[in-house]
Every structure is written in structure tokens, then in C-alpha cells.
Write a protein that binds this ligand. Structure first.
Ligand SMILES: Cc1ncc(COP(=O)(O)O)c(C=O)c1O
Length: 387
């Protein structure tokens, strides 16, 4: 029997999915705080645009890089929302932010390369790197540094095989937002050490204390690739539309790679994405306001308990310290005994151990109940509140 690909064989199952499965099989109702789904449905004008495209018979292949009208609308959005003025030829429409990252890494990595990835960080990123016969190496996001990248430490981690740094802001799971000066330092490091930067900005719409800043704003010479998504911003996770923004020299490679990898993203959902960009935006404002309100309610509850947490500045997560050295079994026991599902910190990397992630996109009442039960169950009563 031939052997399977060692790169596929080494992928570990997600620790979040394991909780998801267990929650699904639970005999009674579960307070679900473990998932990363937006807390609102897909806006009707998006669904209408998809249905209309299908009714017009637009169900054939689209160009590999995406519908021209959508790429133009994305280019206009990049100028107005991200302060990035660039031609639509530098945009490739992808199947969500996940495939944007896959495509971006595909055009910059060689087998045996290292990619520096945030730890704790979104686990799929490491999986994509592994599938490309490269190696993810975690750079710690430490409590002592407010869960932000420490650029000096990152510089020490750059080795002869390091090809790229993955940056994620707003961040999953630690909910930090990287400001302009920090992004400039990261891009300067990439410039000095001749590295690519993959900037995952899928949560760009949700910042609470300051603006979202795109890493590519600081890009001096075309070394930043940026992954965006319709999933979180527009409540479109299951429709699978995102986009990759590339430096001029890489864009034609990415279009050809997209042709080989996917042919194209589904035509009707691209019309849905176009409607999401050009139609009413009040669903985005409503979601941001709701997440912010839930964040403030959750923090008020937590302040009374002295449980350490990372201050959520963006995305829609709450990163909480728990009194255990095995968050995976903690999450299982919390689910079995208290009917509260959270994502175990270990699922996000070695430095996630001792923490759990809760979703601020869950209904407010669930969040309050979940936090109360979690705290009673054994969250650590530390002396310092703010991480
Ligand atoms: C940090 C981060 N990046 C990218 C994604 C990809 O999302 P999608 O592929 O749905 O756009 C996610 C999804 O959870 C995420 O948390």
C-alpha cells in the first residue's frame, strides 16, 4: 500500500472541534461559548444577491482571480476602510480567509522553510504551513507583554530557514489589536531579515478601543500579503468568501496558483460578497456595538472576581486564566459538569495552556451564565486582574 502524504498525516485534529462534538452530543442544553461564529445572521441583501445571481443563471465558472466587479469593489473598500490605495489586479478572491492564507503561503514558501506564527494563535495557520511542507514555529504572546508580539524576541527567533512571519490583528484568541508603531517595527524586522509578512486581518471590523490598522500601510517595498474575509464582518462563514491582497510581483503567481488550487470561488457567492460590500452596512455596526456591550458586561462580572484576563481590544473573544495545567480536560469537565462549552487554550498552542477562550459573539445571557459557572467551577482567583 502506498503511504499517505506525511504532511497531511501530521495534522492534528482541532481541540476546539473535540469540544464542539462533545457539546453536540450532550444530553441537555449547553451554554455554548466555544465557537467563533458571528452572533448575527447573514444580512438579507446578501442572500438576495446570491438568489438573484442563481436566477439569472450565473452558476458557471468565474475568472480565477474573482469577478471583476467584486475585485473593483474590494479595491475601493481597501482605499476607504484600510487606507490602502492599490489596483484591483493585486486582489485575488478566495474561499474565505483560510484559503487566502493558504494561497498566500503557497506563493512564498519553499519546502523546509520556517514560518513564525503567534502562540497562542489560530491553529489552522500552523496546519496550512505544515501542508506546504514547511514548519510553523511559535512566537510567544506573553501575558507580561499584554499578549502582543515582542519584536526583540521575534528577531531572536529568526533563523536561516525563516521565510515569513504571520501577524494576526485583531487577534484570535487573545483579542489584542496591534497599533501602527508596533506594526511598523514588525515590518522593519521583516525588511532587515528579508522575510515576507502574512497579515491576517479577518477580524478587521471589530476593534473596541481604537482603529484597525492594516500592516500593509507600513510596507516599504512589497513584502506584506494580507488576508481578509467576509466571514466575520458580514456573518458569511458558511458562504466561504475572502480575499488575498498581494504585492505587485506576487499577484500573477497567486492568480495562476488559484487556478490550480480551486479554479475559482463560487460565482453566486461572489455576487453575495459584492452586495455585502456595496449594500447597507448597519449589520456591521450593530454587531460591533453588541460585542462591545457584551465585552463590557463580561469585564464588569470578571472585575468582581479578580480572575485574570486579557483585555479584549478587538475580534470577539475573551481570553481567561483558569486554575489548571490541563485546559483540555478542564474544558471537558466544565462541559460535562456545568454544561458550559469553552475552547481550551492548549488548542491554540503551547503558550495557550492555562487559559480558555470564550466567545463574545454568544448571546449576552449565555455569556453571563457561562462566566458565573466557570468562575464558580474553578477559575483562578489571581491577584492581578489585567493581563
Ligand atoms: C484568526 C483567523 N483567521 C482566519 C480565519 C478564517 O476564517 P474564514 O476562512 O471563515 O474567513 C479565522 C476563522 O476563525 C480566524 O479566527
Amino acid at each position: 500500500m502506498p503511504k499517505p502524504s506525511p504532511y497531511a498525516a501530521q495534522l492534528a485534529g482541532s481541540g476546539i472541534r473535540a469540544i464542539m462534538e462533545r457539546a453536540r452530543r450532550a444530553p441537555g442544553p449547553v451554554v455554548s461559548l466555544h465557537i467563533g461564529e458571528p452572533g448575527f445572521p447573514t444580512p438579507p441583501h446578501v442572500g438576495d444577491a446570491i438568489a438573484e445571481a442563481q436566477a439569472r443563471g450565473e452558476t458557471g465558472y468565474a475568472p480565477s482571480a474573482g469577478l471583476p466587479a467584486l475585485r473593483d469593489a474590494i479595491s475601493a473598500k481597501l482605499a476607504s476602510a484600510n487606507d490602502l490605495a492599490l489596483r484591483s489586479e493585486r486582489v485575488v478572491v478566495t474561499a474565505g480567509g483560510t484559503q487566502a492564507l493558504h494561497l498566500g503561503l503557497t506563493v512564498v514558501l519553499r519546502p523546509g522553510d520556517d514560518v513564525l506564527v503567534p502562540d497562542p494563535g489560530w491553529p489552522n495557520a500552523g496546519g496550512i504551513v505544515r501542508l506546504l511542507a514547511a514548519r510553523p514555529r511559535g512566537y510567544p504572546l506573553r501575558k507580561a507583554n499584554g499578549f502582543l508580539p515582542d519584536v526583540d524576541e521575534l528577531a531572536r527567533l529568526v533563523g536561516p530557514r525563516t521565510r515569513a512571519i504571520l501577524v494576526n490583528s485583531p487577534a484570535n484568541p487573545v483579542a489584542t489589536v496591534l497599533d501602527g508603531p508596533l506594526l511598523e517595527r514588525l515590518v522593519r524586522l521583516a525588511h532587515e531579515r528579508d522575510l515576507w509578512i502574512l497579515s491576517d486581518e479577518c477580524y478587521e471590523a471589530f476593534t473596541f478601543d481604537g482603529p484597525h490598522v492594516s500592516t500593509a500601510r507600513a510596507d516599504p517595498d512589497g513584502r506584506v500579503l494580507t488576508c481578509f474575509s467576509f466571514s466575520k464582518t458580514h456573518g458569511m462563514t458558511g458562504l466561504r468568501v475572502g480575499y488575498l491582497v498581494l504585492p505587485e510581483v506576487l499577484a500573477p503567481l497567486a492568480v495562476r496558483a488559484q487556478e490550480a488550487m480551486l479554479a475559482c470561488v463560487g460565482t453566486p457567492v461572489q455576487y453575495g460578497a459584492l452586495a455585502a460590500l456595496t449594500g447597507p452596512q448597519d449589520h456591521v455596526d450593530r454587531a460591533r456595538t453588541a460585542y462591545l456591550r457584551r465585552r463590557d458586561e463580561a469585564l464588569e462580572l470578571l472585575r468582581a472576581t479578580a480572575v485574570p484576563y486579557a483585555h479584549p481590544a478587538g475580534a470577539y473573544y475573551l481570553w481567561l486564566r483558569v486554575h489548571t495545567s490541563d485546559t483540555t480536560s478542564f474544558a471537558v469537565r466544565l462541559l460535562d459538569e456545568q454544561r458550559v462549552a469553552v475552547a481550551p487554550g492548549r488548542a491554540f498552542g503551547d503558550h495557550g495552556e492555562g487559559w480558555v477562550r470564550l466567545s463574545l459573539a454568544a448571546p449576552a445571557a449565555d455569556l453571563v451564565t457561562g462566566i458565573e459557572r466557570l468562575v464558580a467551577f474553578g477559575a483562578e482567583a489571581g491577584s492581578s486582574r489585567h493581563a
